[in-house]
Design a protein around this ligand. Structure first.
Ligand SMILES: Nc1ncnc2c1ncn2[C@@H]1O[C@H](COP(=O)(O)OP(=O)(O)OP(=O)(O)O)[C@@H](O)[C@H]1O
Length: 239
């Protein structure tokens, strides 16, 4: 299950001053996995936040499938760098809580929460509280929380940025597997060029103020291509 995402003539910002995005056009095919790279402050999170429906565009529009985005919705799941779990709820409780807004009966919430926790490899940790879980496990709960609603678009803002290198590699492998199995459209913000190339089928470099697309490359399957890596690195460095 997946939806195409389209940004058309999108302008967005925060109050007065230079807009963060101006007249941006981008299209993400249904089921695609795209990484967004770019220097700090260029508007990567703002792109995600407009697709999530957290930030309203000042002009233009975002559509997910056939529907214009008018606010947050369960078909668009979000995972941030900071897991924002409720410390007083168990892993299962955190996932179940996120399902409340879907109006599902309690037994179905429980079934879905346990299935999503199993899918991210946390079946044994379902009854643990966040303080009893490592950073990587907490991020698995955050991922399960997003997946349990069965989103058709997954918006990930530096989700593995706070994890140590080994845990990060494991989470990348898990995410690739989930994406291959579910076929969800993924928009993934990262600062890490190697992470972008390892995960995504397309890499976009944003930059400037207002932010615009500096580079947009398909990533061929197989081992990372050093020429593509240096091309993207130059784009990132040229800002
Ligand atoms: N809630 C907010 N209120 C005011 N300004 C904001 C807000 N969020 C972001 N900005 C500003 O908008 C610009 C773009 O921010 P955004 O978070 O989209 O960039 P980014 O590329 O994701 O940056 P980073 O890589 O540092 O996370 C920045 O100048 C930032 O200071």
């Amino acid at each position: 299950m997946s939806l195409a995402v389209r940004l058309e003539g999108l302008s967005a910002g925060y109050g007065a001053g230079v807009p963060v995005l101006e007249q941006t056009d981008l299209e993400f095919a249904a089921g695609s996995f795209t990484a967004l790279l770019g220097s700090s402050g260029c508007g990567k999170s703002t792109v995600l936040n407009t697709v999530a429906g957290f930030v309203r565009p000042t002009a233009g529009q975002v559509t997910a499938g056939a529907e214009p985005v008018r606010g947050p919705g369960p078909e668009r799941g979000v995972v941030f760098q900071h897991y924002a779990l409720f410390p007083w709820r168990t892993a299962r409780g955190n996932v179940e809580f996120a399902l409340r807004r879907l109006g599902l009966p309690r037994a179905e919430r429980r079934r879905r929460a346990l299935a999503a926790l199993a899918e991210v490899g946390l079946a044994d940790g379902a009854e643990k509280y966040p303080a009893q879980l490592s950073g990587g496990m907490q991020q698995r709960v955050a991922l399960a929380r997003a997946l349990a609603a069965e989103p058709e678009v997954l918006l990930m803002d530096e989700p593995f940025g706070a994890l140590d290198a080994l845990t990060r590699t494991r989470m990348q492998t898990l995410l690739r597997e989930l994406w291959q199995r579910r076929g969800t459209t993924v928009l993934f913000v990262t600062h890490d060029i190697d992470e972008a190339l390892a995960l995504a089928g397309r890499v976009i470099v944003l930059g400037g103020s207002p932010g615009r697309v500096l580079a947009d490359h398909p990533v061929p399957p197989g081992p990372p291509d050093p020429d593509l890596r240096s091309l993207i690195a130059r784009r990132l460095g040229s800002e």
